[in-house]
Design a protein around this ligand. Structure first.
Ligand code: NAG
Ligand code: NAG
Ligand code: NAG
Ligand code: NAG
Length: 965
């Protein structure tokens, strides 16, 4: 559905009758700086004189909106357009003149990307749009199968002026998840107060301790105006509001209100009906997430403030000596020569090129370097940019250019480039990654290639790309505000027509949050700036900067390295996940930040960016031993797993404390062991769409209790993690959904069934945090090693959690594995990539157990380690190891295999057990059981001693029968 603008024709203003509106359906009429109650009625709005600060006290009358002029009798608007007239009786738009006529178009969405048949999602669910004309025009989005109203705009509030657009909808539920990038106090939104979340890309550190100030959540680095909602019967839908202007959403009462200050209202609805299907449908639109190289799933280490390469070499050595798996070492801006991109400091970092080689050759590790978008305007890369006709964000007209500043720099003297100031000493320019010609991106790619010829980095960390700028202020026509002689501040026009972009009528919470001096250009460039070769105003498109840089850098890293590479971007927008991952920004070493990162990673999976994680141990402030330990334990379960901290903070790499080193080693070894599963989840998300780290409500939507859970999460459908997120704890309270059976995968009761529902789990420092395997699952795994490069050569293993509740006495489980070389550049259509996929199935009865591996796709020139270990939880019969066969041929597993009848863990181990390089496409492993043991004496063919207990309830008599041969 799209609202498209028609030319402004007429304006009628009106007087409104007083008609109070129930709190649940109120739309704030004074969302801006003017909170004066005396002004409320002047605006035509309704004043509530109560003192309740949690509801809008000045609000729009119910009949605020437009009237349909051509609605047909059946009121169905599907696949046609409606002409809307501003209701002459309706209240005026407080922030501009409403367009008197809008063209409302409903259209069925067909994703604009070509997708293979196998990725087509068939949904039996249909959504219908029904248009209604009462006093004002409104529409509903209805699920056809149930009649549930996903959206219902009958509460009014539709306004559409040039720089103020508003639409409100009643929602069927308070089970709403999403919107970003903000810190949310809980995964599920709270409708009990009217909370507004600003969305406008900004260089702004998360404040997890005070996520809301006066019910406003500030905007962070990226913009994701997408949510998943549940209807009463548990069916899920998704709603994507596609707009790149400064925008915000208010969540409260029974409604959601969207405000944006430009562009159009374009809303996409996804029918689900499961949350995972909603995400897949969303990704049919925005693109499926990038497949990271395998090494990027290894542990990563960074800090801001490394003095030189030898300090970095020391920490890598310490990690190795401590046996803590590590795959990637980072360098922050410390390595740069005068903070200039594509350079390195020839003194303290002279050894960087050799260090990169050593990481590859001696450590089988990888190097990721930071790259900021801002380019210092007086050195070789800028010269090459000018020669290549690359573009930079610029002033729209030459008369706006501050020529004094421009003239300081010979290279850009006669350009309209908008100069900013970031880390380099002198002024900087911001590459035009939306250049309508390929010149800018080609120059960027070329710079990456030239620099890679010097330093063989593997990954790119793209920071500061909101874009961030220091010291932007309003232009004062008389006095110069210049402070920094080396690099004058950027000044934006404050008066006249040109102030339209930097001082719009409604500046959004992204400005108000910072008080009366807060404006859209705070910490960034002037909104009047243009890019796309002078095509787009930053006012409309600034939030796309990080997205556009991700797109260019994705190509650059691949061209430079010839390998898959990976970029991590601070600023993101819908579809960024196709090109990059994300870290949750400059957090603080506080427990609140550890907790909010658990929510953040789940939200970014919903946003289509599953390669995400937080700065482990916290970036700002000094961490503590305990916090760092708990964060290392939790962070081992985020796809992007990196410890990073700020300059001048005490070192916090895991080797700093023996306890943290031990916990990090243990957590990382667990992670590395289960990377084949994590990688398979990423592979599937890249192929078909979907999530990797998954909120519990994705798998158990019918369980009311899980909708309240923020701080537990799943890997895919099968592994559940309950992190410890508070200090002074050696236990953690958690919930295991009761419609599944769970086995412990961690120290306490490894391999044992765990009671579901609410429990307190042991979690001392020297244990893993509680991790559980869902019965019915088979996870591929691999013996871990110091790096993923080494681990990939080790034997494959599988862990099987049997679901014994199945009918007919069968104990079953299923799983899958996706495997490729982990580092080559896949074709644009990932399904054409050179990779293997396998399906695992396990089925046991009292007679025997059958484990079948089926190769569903084969790769060439890629050999696989053999499956040499099968660990099975919940195995209820005593197997006879001598009966084992593979594809009908006897296979010897007797030497190393074990079965423990008390723990019911069956462990089948044999060298070269299942060689996936030979035969296939199906490998069938069968193992017979000894006959079920009766409570009477019988012969045990296996030769061991067995015990059987029979308890006669009520008599407290224990029959203890020793069965001996
Ligand atoms: C109230 O409205 C008047 C007239 O539009 C305006 O001048 C004044 O600044 C407003 N009050 C506040 C607190 O913004
Ligand atoms: C609101 O609070 C003020 C001061 O606390 C009080 O005088 C006034 O009576 C209150 N009004 C209502 C409607 O409760
Ligand atoms: C309304 O928009 C549709 C779709 O863009 C277009 O086909 C139609 O001509 C427009 N109608 C008017 C009256 O502009
Ligand atoms: C669903 O669609 C069918 C066919 O279009 C229609 O007959 C039926 O009334 C719809 N159901 C609901 C609940 O809207």
């Amino acid at each position: 559905m799209v609202f498209l603008l028609l030319p402004l024709i007429l304006l009628v203003s009106t007087i409104i009758c007083d008609n109070s509106v129930d709190e649940k359906y109120r739309i704030n009429c004074q969302p801006g700086r003017d909170k004066d109650p005396n002004n409320c009625t002047k605006l035509g709005c309704i004043l509530d004189t109560s003192n309740n600060t949690n509801i809008p006290l000045c609000y729009f009358p119910a009949e605020t909106g437009y009237i349909a002029s051509n609605l047909s009798n059946n009121n169905s608007a599907t696949d046609k357009q409606i002409i809307l007239q501003k209701d002459s009786n309706s209240v005026k738009n407080p922030f501009g003149t409403d367009f008197s006529q809008l063209n409302f178009t409903c259209r069925r969405y067909r994703p604009p990307i070509s997708i293979a048949d196998s990725t087509t999602i068939n949904s039996s669910e249909k959504l219908t749009i029904v248009s209604t004309q009462n006093k004002i025009w409104s529409f509903s989005v209805i699920r056809n199968s149930t009649g549930a109203k996903i959206w219902d705009t009958s509460l009014g509030g539709l306004l559409f002026a040039d720089q103020y657009i508003q639409i409100s909808t009643i929602v069927p539920t308070d089970r709403i998840y999403g919107f970003g990038e903000n810190i949310h106090p809980s995964l599920k939104h709270d409708f009990s107060q009217f909370r507004t979340y600003a969305m406008f890309a900004r260089d702004e550190a998360p404040d997890s301790k005070n996520p809301l100030v006066n019910n406003v959540g500030k905007n962070l680095y990226g913009v994701h105006n997408f949510y998943i909602g549940f209807e009463g019967d548990g069916k899920a839908h998704g709603v994507f509001f596609f707009n790149s202007n400064a925008q915000e959403v208010t969540i409260g009462g029974n409604a959601i209100t969207y405000r944006t200050i430009g562009g159009q209202i374009e809303v996409f609805f996804f029918p689900g009906p499961t949350p995972e299907e909603v995400v897949k449908q969303y990704q049919q639109l925005i693109g499926t997430p990038i497949l990271p190289p395998y090494w990027a799933l290894g542990f990563q280490l960074c800090r801001y403030g490394y003095q030189n390469v030898s300090e970095i070499r020391d920490v890598v050595e310490r990690m190795k000596a401590a046996g803590i798996p590590q795959d990637v070492q980072f360098s922050d801006i410390d390595y740069l020569n005068q903070y200039e991109d594509f350079s390195y400091n020839n003194d303290s970092f002279a050894d960087l090129p050799q260090f990169a080689k050593d990481l590859h050759n001696n450590y089988s590790m990888h190097l990721t370097l930071i790259f900021d978008p801002a380019i210092e305007v007086d050195y070789a890369p800028m010269n090459r940019a000018i020669n290549a006709d690359a573009k930079f964000i610029q002033w729209p007209r030459a008369d706006l250019v501050p020529t004094d500043t421009q003239n300081r720099y010979p290279l850009i003297k006669n350009t309209s480039i908008m100069l900013g100031k970031v880390w380099p000493v002198r002024n900087v320019a911001f590459p035009d990654f939306l250049d309508t010609e390929p010149k800018t991106n080609n120059w960027w790619i070329n710079e990456f290639m030239l620099f890679h010829n010097q330093v063989e980095f593997d990954g790119a960390w793209i920071d500061m790309n909101e874009p961030s700028n220091f010291g932007t202020k309003f232009r004062n026509s008389t006095t110069s505000t210049e402070k920094d002689d080396n690099a004058p501040d950027l000044e934006c026009p404050k008066v006249g027509n040109d102030s339209k972009w930097d001082l719009p009528p409604y500046e959004t919470q992204a400005s108000f949050f910072y008080g009366n001096d807060g404006h859209l250009e705070g910490k960034t460039l002037c909104m009047i700036g243009k890019w796309g070769r002078n095509k787009y105003y930053l006012y409309d498109s600034k939030s796309l900067y990080g997205w556009a840089e991700s797109f260019a850098t994705h190509k650059a890293i691949r061209n430079a390295t010839g390998k898959r590479g990976i970029s991590i971007s601070r600023s993101t927008f819908p579809s960024s996940g196709k090109y990059a991952g994300h870290w949750l920004g400059d957090n603080t070493a506080r427990w609140e930040d550890l907790r909010s990162s658990v929510i953040g990673a789940q939200e970014f999976n919903i946003f289509g960016i599953p390669y995400v994680g937080s700065d482990i141990c916290g970036f700002g402030q000094n961490t503590t031993e305990e916090l760092c330990l708990r964060w290392q334990q939790m962070g081992a379960f985020h796809s992007f797993s990196r410890n990073h901290n700020d300059k001048n903070m005490a070192p916090q790499d895991p080797t700093r404390w023996t306890t943290v080193a031990a916990a990090a080693k243990k957590a990382n070894l667990f992670r590395y062991r289960h990377l084949p599963y994590l990688y398979s989840l990423h592979f599937k998300a890249s192929l078909f769409g979907g999530t990797v780290v998954r909120p519990l409500f994705f798998e158990f939507p019918a369980d009311d209790f899980v909708h309240q859970i923020s701080y537990q999460f799943l890997w895919g459908s099968s592994m559940l993690i309950i992190p410890v997120l508070e200090s002074n704890k050696t236990t953690v309270d958690g919930y295991l959904p009761s419609t599944a059976t769970w086995y412990s995968l961690y120290d306490d009761g490894y391999g044992q069934k765990v009671p579901n529902g609410n429990s307190t789990f042991t979690a001392p420092w020297d244990s893993l945090i509680p991790v559980f395997l869902r019965a019915g699952s088979i996870l591929p795994r691999q013996t871990p090693a110091q790096t993923t490069v080494l681990a990939r050569k080790n034997r494959f293993e599988v862990v099987i959690g049997l679901n014994n509740d199945a009918v007919n006495g069968h104990s079953i489980a299923n799983g899958e594995l996706y495997w490729d070389d982990g580092d080559s550049i896949p074709p644009a259509d990932l399904s054409m990539h050179n990779f293997y996929s396998f399906i695992f199935s396990f089925d046991a009865t009292s007679q025997n157990a059958t484990f079948i591996i089926t190769k569903t796709k084969t790769a060439t020139n890629l050999s696989l380690p053999a499956v040499e270990n099968i660990e099975i939880f919940g195995y209820q019969w005593t197997p006879d190891f001598s009966t084992a066969t593979l594809n009908g041929n006897s296979t010897d597993i007797t030497t190393l295999s074990t079965y423990n009848s008390t723990s019911q863990i069956l462990n089948i181990t044999a060298s070269g057990l299942i060689n996936l390089n030979n035969g296939g496409p199906t490998w069938t492993f069968v193992l017979a059981n000894n006959q079920p043991i009766q409570t009477t004496t019988h012969t045990n063919g296996g030769g061991g001693a067995e015990k059987t207990f029979t308890i006669l309830l009520g008599f407290f008599i224990l029959f203890f029968v020793i069965v001996l041969n």
